[in-house]
Design a protein around this ligand. Sequence first.
Ligand code: FPP
Length: 261
Amino acid sequence: MVNRIGGGWLRRLQGDKSQSNEAIGEITTENVPQHVAIIMDGNGRWAKARGLPRIAGHHSGMKTVKRITKAADRIGVRYLTMYAFSTENWKRPKAEVEFLMKLPQEFLSIELDELIENNVQVKMMGIRDLLPDYTVSAIEEAVRKTENNTGLVLNFALNYGSRMEMVEAARKLARSAASGELDPEAIDERMFGSSLLSGNLPDPDLLIRTSGELRLSNFMLWQLAYSEFWFTDVYWPEFSEEHFYEAIREYQRRARRYGGL
Ligand code: FPP
């Protein structure tokens, strides 16, 4: 069913016994993070550990994207941002980059109908230049076909880099100031934030990074200022609903103070 509030996989956790699920466990409905951002890491190591080529890890990681989209929707997450390709990932071998560029098209050719059916809105955050036409057109088609949906926003960070987006935002605001359209004193955090590629998306409440790496890798540096971080050693291809709900439960135990007491 399209155009109802909430995604189609969304199940109210209270009062719907048919949806009781061990994996969801003690997640409370009141304090579900509105926006979850994920650095999907460890595809290459997952593949290597199995004697497979790195691209097999990325392909398997694509299936995790679907699994976690459904899991997020089921508990009422509103925005899910997935770091699929960074501005630095162009340094990888050409064949791997080409494979990664084909994944959005493959993913959407398999999943778009179900995403539409489940009221998901697809978005992309990144610079379209340099991306192959087939990548951009697959995403644009998905964005267009889901733009009126009102459920979970599935936001792919693709050819995305946070320092670059901040420099671009500064340039854009500086140009407006230089042309006299904008008073530099009017620039505030809200204006700067909405000039970034994430536009008017709310800041992530929770950042998840898989594979044991403990860094941000140029991901949403501005937007993650007050987000809760959750790291796991699990490689992205084997990141399950249960791991995701573990992160959510941990988030729900934390007290967010935003610098206050
Ligand atoms: C990092 O793992 C992962 C990436 C650079 C690509 C992530 C992409 C996907 C999971 C698939 C995206 C799917 C869609 C639908 C766009 P890595 O290869 O750096 O892992 P390693 O650190 O173990 O080498």
